[in-house]
Design a protein around this ligand. Structure first.
Ligand code: ARG
Ligand code: ZN
Length: 881
């Protein structure tokens, strides 16, 4: 189907289902190519639906084998069936059961939606609309049913048989070759939360007793032989279960909680009720095969999926427009969990970095959409940084605005009132309006309006009046479909920094909410603080209190003062980033400014020198974040138009090199001081020390390549953990030459049997900012470590290349051509992975004219390809619009 012919689904067209399905009884006989599914649906007319309406069930590439109504065969004229739909023209206006037999081929399912085989393991992915690839169904989240699932398979092939809920029966099938298991999930759920797993898996088990006293059997299932890599995931699971009891009062509600790791998975993980299925890269960890970053991601994602049990499963979404209801909220919850387990400031910095590079870039381009989209053609294209990360920022702002107590009370009310329902953003916000006594209508605009607002701020000190006035204004650039923007509610956390710390804040302005918070909810406003005894430096958006750009013209000297003495650690980091960003933007815009940039580098190095000596050793994780310059993509967006990626890369490299040159000896010394011989531990403090050592290594490698190469080789050889080894490889990739190629080869040899580690190896090479990288990537596609059938491999090598700012954006256009070619090829097997890859083009309009034309040409080529999937056609169309 051409994308122009694909219907646009609109929020305003929502109407309740005409039919409800109270019970689903599935009997599934697993077979690699011919899996039989018998589905018995307990149907009844929905009192809120249209009386006498036909029953229209969704399907996707399905084959109907048999159909019975209340046990009887149905006349052929009474229904029509296609691979995409099953319609009963005039169903009885009462309760009845429909028995549907379908047959599917899991081994041919390369889309990895529905039921598929992943390295000999049967598994499912049903969100958003995969269930309809298993059986005909009312595949919409507001149709919730109680499931009973009988699974049958060959014992040898699938000794483990899992589905949602609790195990109620298991045994052998007469004949001895096959066995079965019956699972029952008492909690009504939408079809997207259905799951099954069948395979030969090893397991790590643990018992957990909830605060309410329920004993729960926890299990983490992994590929045979890898159970010793499941310990960290289990540890995270236990910690996040406790945390949710303590912080949100949420207890687990089944006797079993299963986590399964599979190696072919389109996304990170999935919160199926009682049976979370994970991409194995977010489960498996040991020091030699996972980095500190992996340990942190596993912690976050295990928590995320577990937290969905309440925010997603017990309370689900009425329709897919409400996706942020569960995703934004659950990201917020997992971020808070990680913040409590680690350093809150460092976690916030890391999250804001991600927000800026992924979400701000989305919001600044053709794919911008509101946190709650109004219309879609393909919902799978809306699992975006905007829905997830900006969605979480909206919750964070809500909490800041209503305050800690009303927020917790509002969450409690939400859990109580909406439990067991398919809810909307309005239902959610109503709870907080009630507990805080506030009108949240204006706040709700965050869900409707796309684009990153900019706050323009300036301050004036009046010495005679001993007052300080802050002028704040907001503006948001147009986004697709939204030419005019309205002001939003912006919580601006602030402090006024004097010579010896924060000055007291006294004002009678109605915009001041107390406790260092201004609420900017108009186009502009001014707040005057009185009794200000000295000219202060404003520290705005403390903790990044709103997801906005800030324009505030502070002198470098003032920023450096904030860097050394702001009481808010986020803004200390931000002040430093701002100084660096200014220099990078200038040089990125005007390549002739490189000399000036070196001078800035020298000045920055001086500022850093004191910091490294006095403060870094006490908080290495924070210091590592300081040493890392703003991402090149952020610099590009800050420049905004006619972007030349090579100039940005050159500026980035020059600034890092200058800092490395100036601080060389000090960085070496710091590395010595931080380097312990203690055995690897993934805790945040140890990870922070490694992060700082490795940031230093990167700078040294740029400044003195030979010394860098020596250090990288030594670190690789001595490493007892992947973090240090991979950092050595990454630093070395910046230094062309034989030593680099030798280390690349050595790495591959060391990890030849570890696909997840080789993904990092593939990606490190795909990111090399050199002209030969495209050839290297093409060559690596022939390497045994690569496969076009596995999403992780594709994201590592091809996704890595598409994220390589200078090489994807080559002036000869071959980078675009390559990625377009891959998108078109992948679309035939896995449209979701293909459309993700295509969204790498999203920033094409900000490029200088030459590249812009080339990128546009390749996008047009993709768009004109016959028989595109809906996923890819939709992204191509919107990106070009
Ligand atoms: N709900 C899953 C999560 O926890 C992600 C599902 C993504 N699904 C998709 N079709 N892209 O975030
Ligand atoms: Zn989620």
């Amino acid at each position: 189907m051409r994308s122009e012919d694909t219907p646009l689904i609109r929020l305003e067209d929502y109407r309740p289902s005409d039919w409800l399905i109270d019970t689903v009884d599935l009997d599934i006989s697993l077979h690699p190519t011919k899996t039989r599914i018998r589905s018995q649906l307990g149907l009844r007319p929905n009192p809120a639906g249209r009386p006498g309406a036909p029953l229209v069930l969704d399907g996707d590439e399905l084959k109907l084998v048999a159909l019975r109504l209340d046990g009887l065969l149905i006349d052929e004229t009474a229904y029509s069936a296609s691979p995409q739909q099953l319609t009963l023209h005039a169903p009885p206006a009462r309760r009845f059961t429909l028995m549907i037999d379908t047959e599917v081929d899991p081994s041919a399912n390369t889309k990895l939606m529905g039921l598929y085989l992943s390295s000999h393991v049967y598994c499912t992915q049903c969100e958003a609309d995969g269930f309809r690839r298993i059986s005909y169904f009312l595949d919409r989240p507001d149709v919730m049913s109680v499931y009973t699932v009988r699974l049958e398979a060959k014992k040898l092939i699938a000794p483990v048989l899992l589905s949602n809920g609790n195990l109620v029966a298991a045994g052998d099938v007469p004949g001895g070759e096959r066995h079965f298991a019956v699972w029952h999930d008492p909690h009504p759920k939408p079809a997207y939360l259905f799951a099954l797993v069948g395979g030969a898996l090893d397991v790590l088990r643990q018992t957990y007793v909830t605060a309410e006293g329920r004993s729960v059997d926890l299990a983490v299932y992994v590929e045979p032989g890898k159970a010793d890599r499941a310990g960290w995931a289990m540890d995270c699971l236990v910690r996040c279960m406790r945390w949710d009891e303590r912080v949100f009062g949420r207890n687990y509600d089944l006797d079993v909680f299963n986590v399964v790791a599979v190696s072919d998975f389109n996304m990170g993980a999935m919160e199926n009720k009682g049976l979370n299925i994970f991409n194995d890269k977010y489960v498996l960890a040991d020091p030699l095969t996972a980095t500190d970053g992996d340990y942190a991601s596993i912690e976050a994602i295990i928590a995320h999926e577990y937290f969905h049990n309440w925010t997603g499963n017990r309370i689900t979404c009425r329709d897919w427009f409400q996706l942020c209801l569960k995703e934004g909220l659950t990201v917020f919850r997992d971020q808070e969990f990680s913040a409590d387990e680690r350093s809150r400031a460092v976690k916030r910095i890391a999250d804001v970095r991600t927000l800026r590079t992924t979400q701000f870039s989305e919001d600044a381009g053709p794919l911008a959409h509101p946190v709650r989209p109004r219309a879609y053609k393909e919902i799978n294209n809306f699992y975006t940084p905007t829905v997830y990360e900006k969605g979480a920022e909206v919750i964070r702002m809500l909490k800041l605005l209503v305050g800690e107590a009303a927020f917790r009370a509002g969450m409690d009310l939400y859990f109580e009132r909406c439990d067991g329902t398919a809810a909307t953003i309005e239902d959610f916000l109503a709870c907080f309006a009630e507990t805080s006594g506030r009108d949240l209508t204006h706040f709700a605009r965050w869900y409707e309006q796309a684009g990153t607002p900019t706050i323009v701020a300036s301050g004036r000190y009046d010495a005679a009046a001993r007052s300080y006035t802050l002028d704040l204004a907001q503006k948001t650039a147009p986004t697709p479909g939204q030419p005019e923007k309205q002001p939003v509610v912006l919580p601006v956390a602030l402090g006024l920094v004097g010579r010896s710390g924060d000055l007291p804040l006294a004002t009678d302005s109605p915009a001041y909410a107390g406790a260092g918070l201004i609420v900017l909810d108009q186009p502009s406003l001014s707040v005057t603080f009185s009794d200000v005894g000295e000219p202060p430096i404003p520290s705005l958006l403390r903790g990044f209190s709103a997801p906005v750009r800030l324009e505030l013209d502070l002198a470098d000297g003032d920023l450096l003062r904030l860097f050394s003495s702001d009481s808010d650690p986020f803004n200390r980091w931000q002040a430093w980033q701002t100084v660096a960003m200014r220099a990078l933007v200038e040089a990125g815009r005007e390549p002739a400014q490189l000399e000036a940039l070196r001078a800035t580098g020298r000045a920055l190095a001086e500022g850093l020198s004191d910091f490294l000596r006095d403060q870094a050793p006490a908080d290495p994780a924070f210091a590592a974040q300081v040493l890392r310059l703003p991402a090149m993509g952020d610099v590009a967006r800050e420049i905004g138009r006619d972007v030349d990626p090579d100039a940005i890369q050159a500026a980035h490299r020059a600034l890092s090199t200058e800092i490395g040159l100036r601080l060389g000896p000090q960085l070496l010394e710091l590395r010595e001081k931080l380097g312990g011989s203690a055995p690897y531990s993934p805790d945040a403090a140890s990870a922070g020390r490694r992060a700082l050592r490795n940031e230093a290594l990167g700078l040294i490698a740029l400044a003195s390549p030979q010394e860098g190469a020596r250090l990288c080789e030594a670190q690789f050889a001595a490493g007892d953990n992947l973090t240090d080894r991979l950092a050595a490889l990454a630093a070395m990739t910046l230094v062309p030459g034989e030593a680099r190629e030798a280390l690349i080869a050595r790495f591959a040899k060391t990890y030849a049997a570890e696909p997840l580690v080789l993904d990092k190896w593939l990606m490190a090479q795909a990111l090399i900012p050199e002209a030969s990288t495209l050839d290297r990537v093409r060559e690596l596609m022939q390497h045994p470590a690569f496969s076009m059938g596995n999403p992780n491999r594709i994201r590592a090598l091809i996704g890595g290349f598409a994220a390589n700012l200078t090489q994807f954006n080559r002036t000869d256009g071959t980078g675009y051509a390559f990625v377009a070619e891959m998108v078109i090829a992948l679309d035939r097997t896995n449209p979701q992975v293909a459309s993700r890859l295509l969204s790498s083009f999203k920033s094409w309009r900000m490029l200088e004219p030459g590249r812009r034309t080339l990128a546009q040409g390749r996008l047009a080529q993709v768009a004109a390809t016959p028989n595109l999937s809906r996923d890819v056609a939709d992204i191509a169309e919107r990106t070009l619009a």
